[in-house]
Design a protein around this ligand. Sequence first.
Ligand SMILES: *Cc1c(COP(=O)(O)O)cnc(C)c1O
Length: 381
Amino acid sequence: MDRKRVYLSSPTMHGEEQKFIQEAFDTNWVAPLGPNVDAFEREMEAYTACGHAAALSAGTAAIHLALKLIGVQEGDIVFAPALTFSATCNPIAYEKAIPVFIDAEPDTWNMSPAALERAFEKYPNPRAVICVHLYGTPAKLDEIMAICKKHNVPLIEDAAESLSSTYKGKQTGTFGHFGIYSFNGNKIITTSGGGMLVGQDEAEIKKATFLATQARDPARHYQHSQIGYNYRMSNITAGIGRGQLLHLEEHKAKKQEIYRTYQEAFADIPQITMNPMNADGDANNWLSCMTIAPGCSVTPNQLMDALAELNIETRPIWKPMQLQPVFADCDFFPHEPDKMYEGGATSVSEDVFNRGVCLPSDIKNTDEDMKLIIETIRKMF
Ligand SMILES: *Cc1c(COP(=O)(O)O)cnc(C)c1O
């Protein structure tokens, strides 16, 4: 293929990352922990106003530790979003707890408060609720938090995709009892791989760093009173994060511009709808997505094939958890029971999955790249 590849969302480095890495090399603070880790945590605390932060090896590790700190145990029920990446839900299984999946609602594609209420009627005592801000769009946090509060259940916010998105002026990830961020390779900023657990309670976040460093008791010899994990972020990795954080707002502005460009370009095509925003929030538009109207003859696969021929990367919408073979036995609460959607889908999450496509949202896309993507799609309708 001669044409240069156009990516969905690839790392964008700026050079400042090198400075922090060089410092770590110069002081031989290559591993483990060290000043970059501390500074990255303090800088993330300042940026998000999250209270306290623990830098970890992955967003998945952060979700796992959040569940541990809440005390989720074997057999406990945890309510989790249906429409998300499996990393949101895998840590529930690590603890042998039981995920119960809550459908998305059409307004934001995030956890449906109506379905969540119904789940509480059947399971009044879940140990935790995990919500997600999919593709950067904030969930209906007021409604979700009110339900959690009413039932006295802690909320974990999976803000892996939504770092820099705000809801009513406040950063996503800072509403729940715990929030988590990811710095995986394709996220809005990246450390090559990494994550963060955040929360208001300093003692809890300290406990997280303790568990993340093999739960080593404060003794001269190696003593352990409980099972720990090797989940800490390295000092080199944190250096990349510090350099990236300087450019987070700039990345967000570019992602938002990409979304607006698609939205304007497809405004006159009634069969195309862009992924929803939340009027109470300001989304980072991590990925721009579109859905094809019911009854339209164009399929997401045809659209992805047409772009793939031009070496342009796209991706299907996350396949919902209730449709995953590994979670086939789990209970699921649809947004509107008994409602049927296009092609026999029985939930909002399945319907979005069937009709949706993630569009190239790389902030290094040129105007020519965007024109080619848009023209290729427009010609199909
Ligand atoms: C990327 C992602 C995660 C996992 O983050 P890692 O850092 O890759 O472990 C969790 N949840 C969602 C919704 C994600 O997109």
